[in-house]
Design a protein around this ligand. Structure first.
Ligand code: SF4
Ligand code: SF4
Length: 455
């Protein structure tokens, strides 16, 4: 694509990077076929190519963002399916990140939008605040129907709908290293995941411990910054990235680390991009690049280990939902399915696996209508597999799909931990108990004992 930036515009490093990306696009439009918003809405301006033109026009003319571009960029899920499809290697992720930051600096959103976005940015990345917000959401649920009637308040209704009725407690699964040490890692705790499902981190730690991996505590680490990054709040996301880089760099210097293990693929995509995000900061560029190189999804790391034979082969069929951040953001496609198969599960792949489920960070709150259409399309394809369970590697997708999948939804590592001698995932326990109730017509199974009410 031909661009017409002035030399003085290209002195801005961000503009210069975006110009390089724009020049790679050859307008072929292959990306439109796999873009969930184009597939759903059928509008060229809601396709990657259409958005690229809008961004080019805004940046080239050095204009503040206007309502039209904000509408179409806000509708982008940052699912990155377009990057998987593009034959020219257009880095749409960095281009749309720049556009979002430009929008944040130059566009004055209506006050309710600003309020909701600020509320999300100040709550979700902080586990204590998030937990408190979920408890409050339970009280607010009766108002969801009223909020849904107003376009401006619909995100509040979506927030209330997504809040789970109860929060699970920690399972207290034993975590200790067995046998000689084969590695030393930290496990990213993150922000939303330990609140919504502490069993994922426990399964990760328990499995790694039994495989001979030392787990090093990382006090001071926090949210990876992805949530605010996708809201265009660049300074906040860089601050969160720097804090994590500081914590992990200290550990790298003190004890050495073989990997930074991440079990939420949305976080993994962002941490693997720290090197780029902090490239212009001389105090952090090298440290951030080292951190990015050590960042590994749990399945990516497990696939490098010489795994023993599974302790049991549960024999269940598992529909595997590959999160966009896993398949498009990190290009991890093979490992989760191979690990599940090796562990004795029968893996089924839903149709249209490349399409987003509509979760996408805070997208299901900020764009509830498009998100719901994508979710419904996804769960239809999942149900058609006829599998016993759904496995995925991202807490956002789990929350988005959980209520409607028609089958228990688990994290991939929970199944692997179980197959290799760890505890049976709660969702599978519920499946077993439900089956028992059906078989023997017993009354009254309601809720496993380790579920805490949010009352
Ligand atoms: S990131 Fe996803 S939603 Fe956005 S333009 Fe690319 S394919 Fe479409
Ligand atoms: S597939 Fe790549 S080169 Fe073709 S229009 Fe899309 S972004 Fe541009």
């Amino acid at each position: 694509m031909q661009t017409n930036f002035l030399p003085e515009q290209l002195e801005d490093t961000h503009v210069a990077e975006s110009e390089k990306i724009l020049r790679k696009c050859v307008h072929c439009g292959f990306c439109t076929a796999t873009c969930p918003t184009y597939v759903t809405l059928g509008n060229e301006l809601d396709s990657p190519r259409g958005r690229i033109y809008l961004i080019k026009d805004m940046l080239e003319n050095d204009r503040p963002a206007d309502k039209e571009i904000v509408t179409h960029i806000d509708r982008c899920l940052s699912c990155l399916a377009c990057m998987t499809t593009c034959p020219s290697g257009v880095n749409y992720m960095h281009l749309v990140d720049h556009a979002r930051s430009h929008i944040e600096k130059t566009y004055h959103r209506p006050w309710m939008d600003r309020l909701i976005r600020t509320m999300l940015a100040k709550t979700l990345p902080y586990p204590m605040r998030f937990r408190a917000a979920l408890r409050l959401a339970k009280l607010g649920k009766p108002f969801a129907a009223m909020f849904r009637k107003s376009e401006r308040l619909r995100p509040l209704a979506a927030m209330l709908d997504l809040a789970p009725p109860a929060l699970p407690k920690a399972r207290n699964e034993p975590i200790r290293r067995d046998g000689p040490r084969r590695g030393r890692v930290v496990i990213l705790k993150g922000c939303a995941q330990p609140v919504l499902n502490p069993g994922i981190d426990e399964a990760t730690a328990s499995l790694l411990g039994r495989l001979g991996i030392d787990i090093v505590a990382a006090p001071g680490e926090g949210c990876c910054g992805a949530l605010v990054h996708h809201l265009g709040r660049e300074d906040e996301s860089l601050a969160q990235a720097r804090r994590n880089v500081d914590v992990w760099s200290r550990l790298i210097d003190q004890t050495g680390l073989d990997a930074i293990i991440i079990s939420a693929s949305g976080c993994g995509t962002t941490i693997k991009d720290y090197g780029y995000m902090l490239r212009l900061d001389p105090a952090y560029a090298a440290k951030a690049a080292t951190v990015s190189a050590l960042a590994k999804d749990i399945t990516e790391y497990l696939a490098t280990l010489d795994l023993p034979e599974p302790a049991q082969r549960p024999g269940l069929s598992v529909a595997y939902h590959s999160a966009c951040s896993m398949q498009h953001g990190q290009k991890i496609t093979r490992q989760p399915k191979e690990l599940l198969t090796r562990a004795g599960f029968v893996v089924k792949e839903p149709r249209e696996g490349h399409l987003c489920c509509g979760s996408a960070g805070t997208y299901n709150i900020l764009q509830p209508e498009i998100s719901a259409r994508l979710r419904d399309r996804k769960v239809k394809n999942i149900a058609a597999t006829g599998a016993d369970l759904l496995a995925t590697g991202n807490i956002g997708c789990m929350t988005q799909i959980a209520d409607r999948a028609g089958m228990p939804v688990v994290h991939t590592v929970e199944l692997l931990n179980w197959a290799y001698g760890g505890r049976e995932p709660d969702a599978v326990l519920r499946l077993d108990k439900t089956a028992q109730v059906e078989a023997h017509d017993l009354p009254g199974w309601t809720c496993p004992e380790n579920v805490e009410s949010t009352n």
